[in-house]
Design a protein around this ligand. Structure first.
Ligand code: HXC
Length: 258
């Protein structure tokens, strides 16, 4: 299916979302963010979809919010319209896992969008940055909050204050990305990781995502308690019976997502 600024495709059990403003380095505006949200609505409602990939093109995942659109904003306009961010949390509220497949630039809002996904697979040409300070603004969609949680205070402060970019190697070392692949392998790798996830029991996949995210919202004791409750709940699933039975019978499991 097509809308101009975002393209969607289905690959097996995976929903793919491509940001598609190549002439603007995939700069984000409300139309892009709304279209990503609409694609997530569709994929989340579709029982045949088990995981989602968001990507850009080989030059840019997204080079940030659209600077041309923001240049003349005043305070009341920024506040009232909540440009870019009014629908931002839709990526976070999606209960199915989302992989960001990042090639080229992931800057400003682009880096923040990638960080809001569940994990990032980077192409070897990926460049991450929060260069807002050069424009006389600051990160406004999670950069000062999610980046330190991902890479620690030192690198987050360095990136937000100097505006320097982090390449794929440094991003992997620092824990911002989970793996690096050659740029021409990026989409295959991300789709294959997503297919693997989608081959497991969807309720269990959702439980894992919910538990890991809880780690960032709670004390260790609360998080461990939450995990234990969800772990015990998994024994209510038919897929738990099937998964363990299949192991003992030395055959692949046939999960039914219930
Ligand atoms: C609007 C953009 C853009 C952006 C690139 N373009 N990034 N337009 N908003 N964020 C446009 C360029 O103006 C240019 O248009 C075309 O895309 C190609 O980009 P070039 O600059 O010619 O390419 P290159 O020299 O390869 O440099 C790539 C780049 C650079 C390093 C990514 O474009 C760049 O620094 N972009 C801005 C990055 C940035 O500051 N991001 C943070 C934005 S603020 P023309 O018409 O010349 O062809 C933000 C706040 C989010 O994200 C907070 C959320 C609320």
């Amino acid at each position: 299916s097509h809308s101009s600024v975002v393209l969607t495709e289905v690959h097996g059990k995976v929903g793919l979302i491509r940001i598609n403003r190549p002439e603007r380095m995939n700069a984000l505006n409300d139309a892009v963010v709304d279209a990503i949200g609409a694609a997530l609505d569709t994929f989340e409602a579709d029982d045949a979809i088990g995981a989602i990939v968001i990507t850009g093109n080989e030059k840019a995942f997204a080079a940030g919010a659209d600077i041309g659109a923001m240049a003349e904003f005043d305070y009341q306009h920024a506040y009232r319209t909540d440009y870019i961010t009014r629908n931002w949390e839709r990526v976070k509220t999606c209960r199915k896992p989302i992989i960001a497949a990042v090639a080229g630039y992931a800057l400003g809002g682009g880096c923040e969008l990638a960080m809001m996904c569940d994990f990032i697979i980077a192409a070897d040409n990926a460049k991450f940055g929060q260069p807002e300070i050069k424009l006389g603004i600051l990160p406004g969609a999670g950069g000062t909050q999610r980046l330190p949680r991902a890479v620690g205070k030192a690198k987050a402060m360095d990136m937000c204050l100097t505006a320097r970019f982090m390449d794929a190697e440094e991003a992997e070392r620092a824990g911002l990305v989970s793996r690096i692949v050659p740029v021409d392998r990026l989409l295959d790798e991300a789709l294959s990781a997503a297919q693997t996830i989608a081959s497991y029991s969807l309720p269990v996949v959702m439980m894992v995502k919910e538990c890991v995210n809880r780690a960032f919202e709670s004390s260790l004791a609360e998080g461990l308690l939450f995990e234990r409750r969800v772990f015990h709940a998994a024994f209510a699933l038919e897929d738990q019976k099937e998964g363990m039975k299949a192991f003992l019978e030395k055959r692949p499991p046939q999960f039914k997502n219930r």
